[in-house]
Design a protein around this ligand. Sequence first.
Ligand code: HEC
Ligand code: HEC
Length: 204
Amino acid sequence: MNRTPKKSYLLLAGLVLSLSLTSSLAFSADGKTLYEDKGCTGCHGEDAKTPLEKGYPKLAGQNGGYLLQQLMDIKSGARKNGKIPDTMKPVIDELSEPELKLLADYLAGLKWASQGTPPDAAPPGKKLYLTKSCVACHGKEGMKPIMKTYPFLAGQDRTYLLAQMKDIGSKARENGLSNSMQPVMHLVNKKEMDAIAKYLSLVK
Ligand code: HEC
Ligand code: HEC
């Protein structure tokens, strides 16, 4: 009995299959490559914590659940506040959901820009942060969000922080879980928001 042809055919098929699996995994399993190839570096910085301009957020080490939610919402159009339509939307539109997941996982795995060390002389915004309920959800120094889907704020770009507070307050941003924060925003006026943004951006 000669079974060699069949066996070698099977072996060959197996080899082809495993090669193609390996190469597609090698391509898709790399959030870092996607982050570089899709141009994210141009606006958020190579290390994802050196944004190009004021008003652009730091992403490195942000909560994974939160990041994925934002990316999905930008893609679906649910988040369309501020600079999103002109900057992020066109880039994200080209990416698939599995690619967004890889990007979120990659970014969440990096080190967050701040270690949660309070600024030397506590600026006035700190007291507001503690008394206007922010600390209940975003945690001490903006560094201990109570859920995976809540963002870190410590050390974030000041202009970006202020813009998001205003937009969540006015409902220009109402994607994701922003409706849990929206009801407390009447507790702070624009000047107080600015003071809180300044304080949070100074957390080291
Ligand atoms: C042309 C500039 C630009 C490019 C390219 C860009 N972004 Fe952004 N991104 C922004 C700006 C600006 C914002 C904030 C917009 C606003 O709310 O006003 C933002 C917001 C985000 C947010 C939300 C952050 C938060 O704290 O809610 C995430 C996540 C994000 N970008 C990820 C990415 C990823 C991943 C890529 C690459 C696939 C990318 N961005 C490419 C400019 C850019
Ligand atoms: C009840 C919980 C809750 C309270 C209280 C709260 N927040 Fe939030 N905050 C959230 C959630 C949840 C999000 C993310 C919304 C989303 O899913 O898009 C958020 C988002 C933000 C963002 C945008 C972050 C980013 O990366 O885009 C800022 C800035 C912020 N909060 C500041 C504050 C400040 C300042 C206060 C106090 C005046 C406050 N929050 C009170 C839950 C809360």
